[in-house]
Design a protein. Structure first.
Length: 75
């Protein structure tokens, strides 16, 4: 078999290998975050958020009505 060079890696090869691994794992992390994140959560209206809080029991009926009326008054 014929070998080209003596098999030693120079500093540029180590930098290129390190940079490619960082880019690879960065891409993997970006894909995981993109897939896991629910796209519908970012475009919800304030009334939807308020209705969800009311449904979970975080706010009572009076507070829900007051805040909904305040949101609708701003329109």
């Amino acid at each position: 078999m014929m070998y080209w060079g003596n098999g030693d890696w120079n500093w540029a090869a180590w930098v290129a290998m390190t940079a490619s691994m960082v880019l690879f794992w960065g891409l993997v992390a970006w894909v995981v975050v993109t897939v896991v994140r629910r796209p519908g959560d970012t475009h919800r209206s304030p009334e939807d958020v308020l209705a969800d809080r009311f449904a979970r029991g975080e706010i009572d009926d009076d507070e829900f009505q007051r805040r909904r009326d305040a949101l609708r008054a701003d329109r």
